[in-house]
Write a protein that binds this ligand. Structure first.
Ligand code: SF4
Ligand code: SF4
Length: 424
């Protein structure tokens, strides 16, 4: 990634620290991804993007900024990309997935904050992530308490806007979220200098729906008994989709789905017949958090689905494209986003129903429910998830982890024992 030194300098990054971060990436990519056999050829796109993750897309974003476009950095799947895209803005995900950033976060946050939040704050304060440097504005949301307080720190020297996400899903909450989206739209108009119209919002809704459909096509292929793609590769595709241009993302995912469908037709699988199929559920896996998938798939099982924000929650459910006024469109957006089932809602029975449905759809043999340390929301829901799965006779393993490698061997032992049980 040496070609981008000047760009990083211009972004005011800490070059020494950033070099240290960049040094570990190539071997991690090699170990987790390139070492796999029989990968779909279309993964070449994501291999390139991840090998230059701090170069290619940041350089594109800077070029777009020169044309007057604004970059919105987001942290949660409830923030509606459509509103930003309609106003000719660009959305980029900002969640931190590396242990490298955690100490920087711990310097200003309680240690008992989840690693995702600590890493996100550390990435900003340590000046080692170009995306955090490039974003013109951060858009937070009132989901969990840790994030709410972290936004107060993140917003100290960057424009920050926080969306107030409801905590329940009653009819009045859907209306409240619609009003919140309308208020956000005003902020986006003001920040970009571009007005939202029925036409540009409908076009944006269509673009993001097409991206969701393309991601869903790839996931549909993972439902096949003949498994044409590993969980690691699918996860990488999903993680990058938070950063990429949505139209290119749809194009590349459709290209991958074409290849996967062809593989299924020809009976080409990435794992031997009878390999146990795992659904993982829990807290999101932000780049470069590949630990769980890597351990599962090097222990003799395959990950076939992620019921996570870096998974099905990102693409399931489309926005109605037939609405004819901004008010109706905001309502359609609210209805779609409120179908996403995050543990920050109460009650959250929808997530249990989703998991049970996906166990059937993806022909799952066992579920691994894994949350990040200090995420009390997902940790607490483990009980309900486990009870519901056990009632249906589906084996489940509940885990907690962080971004360090210190628990890797312990996880490997527990996951290995779980797979052994599945293998009977
Ligand atoms: S887990 Fe909840 S708070 Fe976190 S990104 Fe997903 S929806 Fe947002
Ligand atoms: S993993 Fe849990 S604690 Fe961390 S940001 Fe997501 S919801 Fe909040």
């Amino acid at each position: 990634m040496s070609d981008y030194q000047k760009m990083w300098q211009d972004l005011g990054m800490d070059m020494e620290q950033h070099d240290m971060l960049c040094q570990v990436l190539p071997s991690a990519v090699g170990d987790v991804f390139l070492s796999q056999e029989n990968r779909p050829k279309s993964m070449d796109f994501w291999d390139l993007v991840i090998s230059e993750v701090h170069g290619i897309r940041p350089a594109e974003l800077i070029e777009e900024q020169k044309k007057g476009r604004k970059v919105f950095g987001t942290f949660c799947v409830y923030v509606p990309d459509e509103v930003v895209v309609a106003a000719n803005g660009i959305v980029t995900g900002l969640c931190g997935g590396s242990q490298f950033w955690v100490p920087g976060g711990e310097a200003v946050l309680s240690k008992s904050t989840c690693p995702l939040i600590k890493a996100s704050v550390g990435a900003r304060l340590g000046k080692t992530c170009p995306f955090f440097r490039i974003a013109d504005i951060y858009v937070g949301e009132t989901t969990c308490d840790g994030k709410k307080k972290a936004y107060e720190i993140l917003g100290e020297d960057v424009p920050l806007y926080v969306m107030d996400v409801p905590q329940m899903k009653r009819p009045q909450d859907i209306i409240k979220w619609k009003d919140e989206i309308a208020t956000f739209a005003k902020k986006v108009e003001e920040f970009t200098g571009n007005k939202l119209t029925v036409e540009n919002l409908n076009k944006a809704i269509h673009i993001i729906n097409e991206k969701r459909k393309a991601l869903a096509r790839v996931y549909n292929c993972r439902k096949s008994k003949c498994l044409p793609i590993s969980g690691r590769d699918a996860l990488l595709m999903m993680q990058i989709s938070f950063f990429d241009d949505p139209e290119r993302c749809a194009k590349m995912c459709n290209r991958l789905a074409d290849e996967l469908e062809e593989r299924i037709a020809k009976g080409i699988s990435v794992v031997p017949e009878g390999t146990k199929r795992i659904l993982v559920t829990g807290t999101p896996l932000a780049v470069p958090n590949w630990k769980l998938h890597n351990i599962i798939e090097t222990s003799g099982a395959a990950v076939v689905c992620e019921e996570m924000c870096t998974g099905t929650r990102y693409f399931e459910n489309l926005v109605d494209e037939t609405k004819e006024s901004l008010d109706e469109q905001f309502m359609a957006l609210s209805e779609r986003y409120m179908k996403t089932n995050c543990a920050c809602f109460t009650p959250n029975r929808g997530r249990i129903d989703d998991i049970l449905r996906m166990v059937e759809e993806y022909q799952v043999d066992g579920v691994i429910d894994c949350s990040l340390k200090f995420c009390c929301l997902y940790d607490t829901e483990k009980r309900a998830v486990s009870q519901a799965l056990k009632a249906k006779g589906v084996p489940v393993l509940s885990l907690e982890t962080d971004y360090t490698d210190t628990d890797a061997e312990q996880l490997r032992t527990r996951i290995g024992a779980f797979i052994e049980i599945l293998n009977g």
